[in-house]
Design a protein around this ligand. Structure first.
Ligand SMILES: [Zn+2]
Length: 119
Protein backbone atom coordinates (compact mmCIF):
# COMPACT_ATOMS: atom_id res chain seq x y z
CA UNK A 1 0.00 0.00 0.00
CA UNK A 2 2.75 2.37 0.96
CA UNK A 3 4.43 1.55 -2.26
CA UNK A 4 1.35 2.47 -4.17
CA UNK A 5 0.98 5.74 -2.34
CA UNK A 6 4.55 6.59 -3.12
CA UNK A 7 3.97 5.77 -6.71
CA UNK A 8 0.96 7.97 -6.85
CA UNK A 9 2.79 10.83 -5.18
CA UNK A 10 5.62 10.68 -7.65
CA UNK A 11 3.32 10.71 -10.60
CA UNK A 12 1.43 13.64 -9.14
CA UNK A 13 4.62 15.58 -8.78
CA UNK A 14 5.63 14.72 -12.26
CA UNK A 15 2.26 15.87 -13.48
CA UNK A 16 2.57 19.14 -11.63
CA UNK A 17 6.03 19.70 -13.02
CA UNK A 18 4.73 19.01 -16.46
CA UNK A 19 1.90 21.47 -16.07
CA UNK A 20 4.22 24.04 -14.54
CA UNK A 21 6.49 23.68 -17.52
CA UNK A 22 3.61 24.48 -19.78
CA UNK A 23 2.47 27.53 -17.90
CA UNK A 24 5.82 28.86 -16.77
CA UNK A 25 6.58 31.69 -19.19
CA UNK A 26 3.86 34.14 -18.22
CA UNK A 27 4.77 33.98 -14.57
CA UNK A 28 8.52 33.60 -14.73
CA UNK A 29 9.50 36.13 -17.33
CA UNK A 30 9.17 39.51 -15.73
CA UNK A 31 10.53 42.81 -16.85
CA UNK A 32 14.02 43.31 -15.50
CA UNK A 33 13.05 45.32 -12.51
CA UNK A 34 15.33 45.48 -9.54
CA UNK A 35 13.82 44.36 -6.30
CA UNK A 36 13.34 46.95 -3.63
CA UNK A 37 16.69 47.75 -2.11
CA UNK A 38 16.99 46.27 1.30
CA UNK A 39 17.52 48.61 4.17
CA UNK A 40 21.16 49.51 4.17
CA UNK A 41 22.88 47.75 6.98
CA UNK A 42 25.33 50.45 7.71
CA UNK A 43 27.52 49.83 10.66
CA UNK A 44 26.03 46.45 11.22
CA UNK A 45 27.88 44.55 13.81
CA UNK A 46 30.12 46.63 15.93
CA UNK A 47 30.08 50.15 14.64
CA UNK A 48 32.62 52.45 16.08
CA UNK A 49 31.56 55.46 18.02
CA UNK A 50 32.83 58.59 16.36
CA UNK A 51 32.57 61.47 18.70
CA UNK A 52 33.23 63.94 15.91
CA UNK A 53 29.87 63.00 14.41
CA UNK A 54 28.15 63.98 17.60
CA UNK A 55 29.73 67.25 18.55
CA UNK A 56 29.29 70.62 17.00
CA UNK A 57 31.71 73.38 16.27
CA UNK A 58 35.08 71.85 16.90
CA UNK A 59 38.14 74.05 16.93
CA UNK A 60 41.63 72.92 16.28
CA UNK A 61 43.94 73.60 19.14
CA UNK A 62 47.37 72.16 18.77
CA UNK A 63 47.03 68.43 18.24
CA UNK A 64 43.47 68.33 19.48
CA UNK A 65 40.03 69.38 18.54
CA UNK A 66 38.37 71.37 21.25
CA UNK A 67 34.67 71.60 21.68
CA UNK A 68 31.96 71.83 24.24
CA UNK A 69 31.61 68.91 26.58
CA UNK A 70 28.00 67.87 26.36
CA UNK A 71 28.11 66.43 29.81
CA UNK A 72 29.26 69.73 31.22
CA UNK A 73 26.80 71.58 29.05
CA UNK A 74 23.95 69.54 30.43
CA UNK A 75 24.95 70.62 33.89
CA UNK A 76 25.05 74.21 32.74
CA UNK A 77 28.82 74.37 32.60
CA UNK A 78 31.33 74.81 29.85
CA UNK A 79 29.76 77.91 28.44
CA UNK A 80 32.95 78.75 26.66
CA UNK A 81 32.68 75.43 24.86
CA UNK A 82 36.23 74.27 25.27
CA UNK A 83 36.21 71.63 27.93
CA UNK A 84 36.34 68.65 25.66
CA UNK A 85 39.54 67.82 23.85
CA UNK A 86 39.54 65.24 21.10
CA UNK A 87 42.70 63.92 19.60
CA UNK A 88 42.91 64.85 15.97
CA UNK A 89 45.00 61.88 14.96
CA UNK A 90 42.77 59.47 16.85
CA UNK A 91 39.34 60.81 17.70
CA UNK A 92 38.59 57.74 19.75
CA UNK A 93 40.45 59.51 22.51
CA UNK A 94 38.76 62.43 24.11
CA UNK A 95 38.93 64.03 27.47
CA UNK A 96 36.96 66.56 29.38
CA UNK A 97 39.17 68.87 31.34
CA UNK A 98 36.47 69.31 33.93
CA UNK A 99 36.75 65.63 34.71
CA UNK A 100 33.71 64.12 33.04
CA UNK A 101 34.15 60.46 32.41
CA UNK A 102 33.83 58.91 29.01
CA UNK A 103 30.60 57.32 30.17
CA UNK A 104 29.15 60.68 31.19
CA UNK A 105 30.11 62.24 27.90
CA UNK A 106 28.68 59.41 25.86
CA UNK A 107 25.51 59.47 27.89
CA UNK A 108 25.16 63.19 27.34
CA UNK A 109 25.67 62.71 23.62
CA UNK A 110 22.86 60.21 23.56
CA UNK A 111 25.16 57.29 22.78
CA UNK A 112 25.77 55.63 26.10
CA UNK A 113 28.45 53.01 26.27
CA UNK A 114 26.89 49.61 26.52
CA UNK A 115 28.38 48.03 29.54
CA UNK A 116 29.01 44.35 29.31
CA UNK A 117 28.85 42.49 32.54
CA UNK A 118 31.68 40.11 32.22
CA UNK A 119 34.38 40.28 34.79
ZN1 LIG B 1 32.68 67.70 30.89
Amino acid sequence: MAYLKQLKKVSEEEMRRFVAGKTLPAEAVRPGRNPEPATPREGSGRSEFRILEHVEKVRKVGRNYVTQCSSCAQAGHDRSGDNLAIRIDDPRFYKCWAGCTKEMIREALGCPIRVRQED
